[in-house]
Design a protein around this ligand. Sequence first.
Ligand SMILES: Cc1cc2nc3c(=O)[nH]c(=O)nc-3n(C[C@H](O)[C@H](O)[C@H](O)COP(=O)(O)O)c2cc1C
Length: 380
Amino acid sequence: MPSEPFYDPLRSYEENYRRGPFGAFTAPAQPAAAAVASSPRSRFLGLPVALPLGIPAGPLLNANFVRAALQHGFNLPVYKTVRTHAHASHAWPNVLPVQVEGDLLPSAGRLIAGAVYSDPLSITNSFGVPSFDPDVWQPDMAAAAASAGSGQVVIGSFQGTKSENGSVDAYIADFVLGARLVKETGVRVVEVNLSCPNEGTANLLCFDVARTQRIVEAIKTVLGNTPLVIKIAYFPDDEALLHLLRAVGHTADAISAINTISAEVVDARGGQALPGEGRLRSGVCGAAIRWAGLEMTGRLKALRERLGMRFEIVGVGGVTTPADYAAYRKAGADAVMSAAGAMWNPSLAQEIAVQSFRETDSVMARQSAAAPREEPAHAR
Ligand SMILES: Cc1cc2nc3c(=O)[nH]c(=O)nc-3n(C[C@H](O)[C@H](O)[C@H](O)COP(=O)(O)O)c2cc1C
């Protein structure tokens, strides 16, 4: 595991924004691997992509991070979730390693935060979805979108903010404004975060199906032909997932799953690990949630078939090796994304590209060797 991740948890969010990315993301990618990663062989939401692999919303704070991700073969980078107005980050620290034995279940008890990032890598993150004003992020997101090369697509993520007087109409209007502002930047695909676990609310928006449906339909009206990805959490209950899909599965163009799984995180003495009100619980990601991302991918695929729907599936959660990428694709993911894994291994996309193209080429070679040869015309 490289010593310096491209987002450095030892620095504040603001310093990462100003001075990042760090580590290997500051160096140019290996030219041969970059070339492998950029020849379009696949499609995502109708757009040509070399390898349908990206970094989900969060770790790519601005255009500098997105450019580095593109150069390192992450062809589907998501520009971090923004809001319609400035919003400060939670206090530092925002990322800590956590000790998890095996799979993290939604019902898990308290986790202990460690000091060392080691394999199998699991972390907690808690930022509170900070954002600059649109005056700042719109031109930056536009620059990020414009840096996509052949076979690459930049995705812009946003979310609405609850109004102080609790008005639902104002909340929905904020989502609509956010969608319009993100679309104006020229990103080819827009993602809405319906599953933020660090908002200090007990329940996630995507579990409120009626409200989610109103929001997704309102956003889609503004977006028109620009594809919409909805980012959802792990649904323990298949009936609840079915209910959500019936409500929004025809409107959303893709479903990205999963966001982090929320857990209580304490330090070695049993005290709250992250400072401040409402931060005893925070989102956990990395290896410990891979099972949940894979399971959701399989369930989304099965339900899509059962309901005769066409949304694409973005598999997220615990992707840290080429084998994880392959497992997600096998489970039915049309695209795969890695956050924690990519942060600590910026060469991950190149490793996956080499492995995946080697496999595709050997299948094609086997198929063409097995296919009956066409006789030359003069021999007939
Ligand atoms: C540093 C960090 C920040 C994140 N911020 C966001 C965010 O702003 N919006 C969002 O939808 N998900 C956010 N996430 C969640 C990731 O997009 C992803 O769903 C989750 O980390 C699971 O993937 P992983 O196991 O590969 O890390 C963040 C994750 C990390 C590690």
